[in-house]
Design a protein around this ligand. Structure first.
Ligand SMILES: *Cc1c(COP(=O)(O)O)cnc(C)c1O
Length: 350
């Protein structure tokens, strides 16, 4: 595989290049003044706090995020959860029925669902037995129709981070776009790839409000990339994809980073406590290292242990059907009380 030049223009789907984006009322007139009379968007004029369309570019929220993340506001795109962001990435770059993406299972299931939904082929390169990237095989699988490689680090469901040099190698060799999904980065000791956006023009980093930020219900996903990539995604996103309740809730949350960090510390503390206790449970055969807010364990019989926990009112995730995850259960780290309950329940099982 020889190193070629990254050419964003060649990666974008032709229909995306040719189309004109929807121009909303709020795009065509942006001056904001309470005294003005807005009769341009067919809204209901009676004020109730929600009668107007939200800012389609989420400027206030992006400004605050840009400050917190030390990045340019223009390098941010927000979506209705990371899932919408990932879908937009597929739709911008992958031509149905001809392009392909590379996934490294076991990993987050949405990458494949979205590929299927968009009519895009998946090439799958299994992680190594130590849950690391099989870089040479990934590079071997790249062809002229490979548009995206999804790297989930820390990885769901294994919990580990991938080696920095492995990810770097892919970023350097691949001419398409490398999407690094950092849904769990806030729990990790490792560094975010955000700082590498200036180095790699083919890098997209995604994060979410659903995990460490404690806001899964507001559905807010974040995409960071070059101005050029963000411009393309902005062109195709639904105009009002992030509603005002979500924008306001996220703004409030960002004012309270102290609480977020405190909760992350507590979750990590609970994680180490749980890991220590799990070492004493005989039917747990492996406890895989985790940089996330969950741990993957291998038990003697996943179905049996899953059912037993369920009988005691504890809902774990059975990952036994995922490749390399035979007889594996995934436990999300809960509150101190929830962790104690899990430990006590596991101790009672024989
Ligand atoms: C939970 C999770 C997400 C979050 O998705 P949202 O749509 O933002 O809730 C993204 N990626 C991975 C790997 C996840 O596990």
């Amino acid at each position: 595989m020889k190193i070629k030049k990254f050419d964003l223009d060649k990666l974008v789907r032709n229909n995306v290049k040719l189309m004109s984006p929807y121009s909303s009322a709020r795009d065509e007139f942006t001056g904001l003044s309470a005294e003005m009379v807005f009769i341009d968007a067919n809204e209901n004029p009676f004020q109730n706090g929600l009668n107007r369309y939200p800012d389609p570019h989420q400027n206030e929220l992006k400004e605050k995020l840009a400050t917190v993340k030390k990045i340019k506001k223009e390098q941010i795109l927000l979506g209705n959860g990371s899932d919408e962001v990932l879908d937009l990435i597929y739709r911008a770059f992958c031509e149905p029925k001809s392009d392909n993406v590379i996934l490294m299972p076991p990993t987050y299931g949405m990458y494949k669902v979205l590929a299927n939904l968009n009519g895009v082929y998946c090439k799958e390169v299994l992680l190594t037995s130590g849950f690391q990237l099989n870089v040479s095989e990934i590079i071997d699988q790249i062809d002229e129709n490979t548009k995206l490689i999804f790297v989930c680090s820390p990885n769901n469901p294994t919990g580990n981070e991938f080696l920095e040099e492995d990810i770097e190698m892919i970023l350097k060799i691949f001419n398409g776009i490398v999407v690094i999904d950092e849904a769990y980065i806030d729990f990790s000791n490792g560094k975010s790839w955000l700082t590498k956006l200036i180095v790699y023009s083919n890098l997209i980093v995604t994060q979410t409000f659903s995990k460490a930020y404690g806001m899964a219900s507001i559905r807010l996903g974040i995409c960071y990339a070059s101005l050029e990539i963000i411009n393309i995604l902005n062109k195709i996103k639904p105009p009002y994809n992030v509603n005002i309740l979500t924008q306001n809730a996220a703004l409030q949350k960002l004012d309270d980073m102290g609480i977020i960090n405190q909760q992350i510390d507590e979750i990590n503390k609970n994680k180490y406590l749980l890991i220590n206790e799990l070492k004493n449970i005989k039917f747990i055969q492996d406890i895989f290292p985790s940089q996330a807010n969950f741990i993957l364990v291998r038990v003697d019989d996943a179905k049996k242990r899953y059912d037993e926990l369920l009988m005691k009112g504890i809902v774990a995730r059975n990952r036994t059907k995922e490749p390399l995850c035979e007889n594996c259960l995934r436990f999300t780290i809960g509150t101190g009380r929830e962790v104690s309950l899990l430990i006590n329940t596991l101790k009672q099982l024989t």
